[in-house]
Structure formats: C-alpha cells, structure tokens
Design a protein around this ligand. Structure first.
Ligand SMILES: NC(=O)c1ccc[n+]([C@@H]2O[C@H](COP(=O)([O-])OP(=O)(O)OC[C@H]3O[C@@H](n4cnc5c(N)ncnc54)[C@H](OP(=O)(O)O)[C@@H]3O)[C@@H](O)[C@H]2O)c1
Length: 327
C-alpha cells in the first residue's frame, strides 16, 4: 500500500511517498481502506517539529494524519450506541463506509491516516450516511468532534449554555463551526469571528458575526456587543492572549491549542479541549451533515501523493474548507 511518510522534521519537502506491506487482520483491531483524510494544522506542526513536544518518542519514518474516511475491510465490533441501517447491533460489517480519527498525539503516533490502509480500534469508527461524501466525512472525523467537545467543555465550566453569551473564533473552520452550531443549538447567544469575506457562512451557523481583526480588536467588538464581557470564549482561531479581555470576570476561556491558552486572570477559568474518540457523537454529527444542518466544506480533493503540495497550500492560508487527500 501507498503511504506518505517523513523520516525527519522539516518543510513540506520531507514528505515522501513510500510503499509498505498492506496490514493483515489483527485481533481487536479493524482495517479501513482509507479513501479520504483531511490536511489539518496539526499535520503541519507534526511535520515541521513545532509540535514534537506532543510526541517526544516519535519513531521515524512516521506516517501523519488524524482523520479518515473509507471502507471497513473487516467486521467491526463498534462502540455501544453506534448502529447502521441493516447492520446487526453493535457491529458494522466489512464493506461499511466509516469515518473517525486516530489519536496521533497518543497511541497512534506515527501510524496516521496518510496511508491507503489504516488499522484502528473498532470503537473509534462511525458509519457514514448516504448524502455525505468520504471527503466531507474526513473533514468532520476529528474536527467536528473537537468543536462538539469544546462546546461540552464550555457548557461544563460555564454551568450550561442556555442563555449564555459565547464568543467563538475560527468559525470558518470545521472546529469553530461545529462549536458555534452546537452552542446555538443549546440556546447560547453566539458571537463569532471567521475568515475575512466569509460572513455569510458564519451567519448561517446562527451566530452574530464580528469583524476579523486582531485579538484586541475582537475583544473590544465583543465587549461592545455584550457590555461587561461574554460568559465564555472558545478560541478555535489562534487569536492571541488579548482575547481573554472579551470574557467577563469569572467567565470561561477554552482554547483549541495549548499555545493559545492565556494565563488565568480576573477569576476566568482557562482550559484546553482535547478531542477523544467518541463514535456515537461522531455518528450523530455525520447524520447532521447528511441532513444539511452541519457544514462540511471541502476546498479541494488532491491525490494522497500530493500531500506536500497540500501542506504548502494550507500554510499559505486563504482556504475555504479543507484540502482532502484521496486514494
Ligand atoms: N485540541 C484538539 O483536540 C484539537 C483537535 C482538532 C483541531 N484542533 C485545533 O483547532 C484549531 C482549528 O482547527 P480547524 O481545523 O477548524 O482549522 P482551520 O480550518 O485552519 O480554521 C481555522 C480558522 O481560524 C481562523 N483564524 C486564524 N487565525 C485567527 C486569528 N488570529 N483570529 C481569528 N481567527 C483566526 C482562520 O481564518 P483564516 O484562514 O482566514 O486565517 C480559519 O477560519 C486548529 O488550531 C487546530 O490545530 C485542536
């Protein structure tokens, strides 16, 4: 099978296409013929070494990639609550279209989804409904789950979302978009900042759109809209520490990345979200995508062997949706 691997940290040129033996069936694991995986900011940091601290014992050559969509090669004894039409309870048969993600900063370090066949824990996979393409499922596999888990964390720390005011940055990306949609659905008033010229998309999630400026400007706009400050911020957009000023005293600040967690001040609780496999929740999110109530934007599909090009394009910015590597 084809993989894209790296043998050292560096720029996109370190990504090399290689052949490896196709994995054989393994007890307690299932194989997925991967047809789509999205290219994510974490992949760039994992390739460059900027995120090496997350995987200090990474063995080279390493295969990148968190999320996946594709077809089961083996029957899967899936997580409780995960079902598919016409499938026996708690089982998805070989041939089922599935999506999920592998914990690349954990037990899957170096064994990611930039491979034609991936070996995974069967409890990590969720069925992909008709109406959702493999590329769209790959956009959601890790990212929508992260946004949903972020909304859970904000709700837990803020004592609920109904009636709360929440500011979300990065609302044009799938993490922020899923968080906005979830928070709106739970009764929050959501202010959101997306990419420049993407207001219609962000407004369509049910948010009040704030202009994309620097963190201090975003915080000032939030304070103008909500005098005294919002109850909670979810920073999925890498806005710098000044964004803390948007939160009221004693509020909540949740970050998608460690580097964007400010020091706690004024009684604000600061925390980070860490996505965990959660197949029942992912199955629900995929059904929402099929219903058209959760967006899954694909900027472009590229061949798996074009991973280096995709990394360069993601680094250049300006995308609307994910680049998805297909095989
Ligand atoms: N903790 C976890 O478990 C976990 C899991 C998955 C993802 N993540 C992280 O979550 C973040 C979002 O992921 P994603 O896939 O949705 O990313 P994405 O597709 O790259 O979208 C990020 C969005 O943030 C915007 N943005 C960038 N800098 C900003 C700033 N200074 N102020 C306001 N907005 C800004 C971007 O706009 P432009 O493109 O226009 O700049 C874009 O709309 C990433 O940092 C990712 O690494 C964390």
């Amino acid at each position: 099978m084809q993989v894209v691997q790296l043998s050292q940290y560096g720029d996109a040129d370190v990504l090399e296409v290689a052949e490896r033996p196709t994995p054989q069936p393994e007890a307690g694991r299932v194989r997925v013929r991967v047809t789509a995986r999205s290219v994510n900011p974490a992949d760039l940091g994992s390739r460059s070494g900027a995120l090496a601290v997350m995987v200090p014992d990474l063995a080279f050559p390493a295969v990148l990639g968190w999320d996946f969509a594709g077809t089961l090669l083996d029957d899967a004894a899936v997580a409780a609550g995960v079902t598919a039409p016409d499938a026996p309870a708690d089982t998805l048969p070989a041939g089922t279209r599935v999506a999920g993600f592998v914990p690349w900063f954990g037990e899957a370090a170096g064994d990611g989804s930039y491979a034609e066949v991936l070996v995974v824990d069967p409890t990590w996979v969720a069925p992909v409904p008709d109406g959702v393409t493999d590329a769209q499922a790959a956009v959601l596999g890790m990212n929508a789950l992260t946004g949903a888990h972020a909304a859970d964390l904000v709700a837990e720390l803020a004592g609920g979302l109904d009636g709360a005011t929440v500011l979300v940055t990065g609302a044009s990306g799938p993490v922020g978009a899923a968080a906005v949609r979830d928070a709106v659905g739970r009764g929050a008033r959501v202010l959101a900042v997306g990419s420049a010229d993407d207001d219609a998309f962000v407004a369509g999630l049910g948010a009040e759109v704030l202009p994309r400026t620097d963190a201090a400007g975003i915080a000032a706009a939030a304070r103008a809209a909500v005098p005294g400050g919002v109850d909670a911020v979810f920073n999925a957009g890498l806005a710098s520490h000044e964004l803390l000023d948007a939160v009221r005293d004693g509020g909540v600040f949740v970050s998608a990345t460690r580097g964007y967690m400010p020091e706690a001040a004024r009684g604000v609780v600061v925390d980070g979200v860490h996505v965990e496999p959660d197949a029942p929740r992912l199955a629900s999110l995929l059904r929402d995508a099929a219903d058209g109530t959760l967006p899954a934007r694909v900027a472009e599909e590229l061949p798996l062997a074009g991973a280096a090009d995709a990394h360069r394009r993601l680094a250049d910015g300006g995308l609307r949706g994910k680049l998805v590597l297909v095989s």
